[in-house]
Design a protein around this ligand. Structure first.
Ligand SMILES: [Zn+2]
Length: 324
């Protein structure tokens, strides 16, 4: 037995059962009227016959609500809605994206899942949407330490041409809450003290203990939080000699995984999609093994993250962009 031999990766009925157990936890809730626990399964219902399937196909996971009499499946209201791809392939894709530390390219998904390239591309972006955290809770509560740093990736088409190469690149600011181990990243249009201040104000508790390198963007906002400690990378100081808890090595480690992924796996990413890739790396990092979350658990959390995130409205745009 390996993880890949789980029935829900191969059998559509098992895939529905698995997703239902995650999303409903035993009691189906009706997406039409919201009533919980009154739905019953409709067995052996088949879709209308078509040329390809003259006898129709089995409609797995079909339920009927005893309260409002409407039909639904667990796909409704999630990233799985409006998708013709079998749920077991969705689960395969989610598992691959959640268990590959540096991500997995749409081309690789295309080959492994045996789907069209644009299906794979679209699938990956929907899964990134499921991974996107809606968590707005501030980092650094009770004076917890928060590491913050910035990095540069890819060419920013909107940046004014500058002789300094970094100014032509996309800037990303990442915060790591040491207590919870969570990461939160933001793509920044124009890296200035004002932009950094806004990010810190929106994401840090007032009493947070800020931890950065000597970067000039952090000096002014740093004064407004509980404490601000720095290491001087330019002077080759990576860990404070007196106090070894003062460093920004955790966030540097995050950037190292992110960059290896972006350069080695994704290779190219337009600025307009960069925030989605950041959500993917944040998700895997925040739910990493060191926090006690293993691959299967991480995949399960991604399924939960897909609730309430149906993405039909972007469909045509995304498809057009797949070839852009
Ligand atoms: Zn209902």
């Amino acid at each position: 037995m390996s993880v890949l031999s789980k029935p829900y990766f191969h059998d559509e009925a098992a895939a529905f059962e698995y997703v239902e157990s995650i999303i409903w936890n035993g009691e189906p809730s009706c997406p039409h009227c919201g009533v919980v626990g009154r739905a019953y399964a409709l067995k052996n219902v088949r879709s209308k016959p078509s040329k390809k399937n003259p006898e129709g196909v089995v409609r797995h996971g079909l339920k009927k609500c005893g309260a409002c009499r409407q039909q639904f499946t667990v796909r409704k209201g999630t990233i799985f809605e409006e998708s013709h791809l079998p749920l077991n392939k969705w689960l395969q894709a989610i598992y691959l994206m959640c268990s590959s530390k540096k991500g997995i390219s749409a081309l690789q998904l295309q080959r492994t899942l045996e789907v069209q390239y644009n299906t794979a591309w679209f699938l990956a972006h929907r899964i990134r949407e499921a991974m996107r955290s809606g968590d707005l809770a501030p980092f650094g509560v009770d004076g917890g330490m928060v590491e913050v740093d910035e990095t540069f990736i890819g060419v920013n088409p909107d940046a004014p041409v500058s002789k300094f190469s970094l100014r032509n690149m996309n800037a990303v600011v990442t915060l790591i809450d040491r207590n919870s181990g969570r990461a939160r990243s933001m793509v920044v249009d124009n890296l200035t003290t004002a932009a950094v201040t806004e990010i810190l104000n929106q994401n840090l508790a007032r009493e947070a203990h800020l931890m950065t390198d000597e970067g000039k963007f952090y000096i002014k906002p740093g004064k407004t939080f509980g404490a601000h400690s720095t290491v001087n990378h330019k002077a080759d100081e990576y860990v404070n000699r007196e106090n070894p808890t003062i460093h920004s090595n955790t966030v540097e480690g995050y950037f190292s995984i992110f960059k290896r992924g972006m350069k080695g796996v994704y290779q190219h990413c337009a600025k307009k999609h960069l925030h989605r890739y950041m959500a993917e790396f944040d998700f895997r990092y925040s739910n990493r093994s060191a926090t006690g979350c293993e691959d299967q658990e991480r995949a399960m959390r991604a399924v939960i993250g897909g609730i309430g995130k149906r993405l039909t409205y972007r469909r045509t745009d995304d498809r057009a962009e797949a070839y852009a």
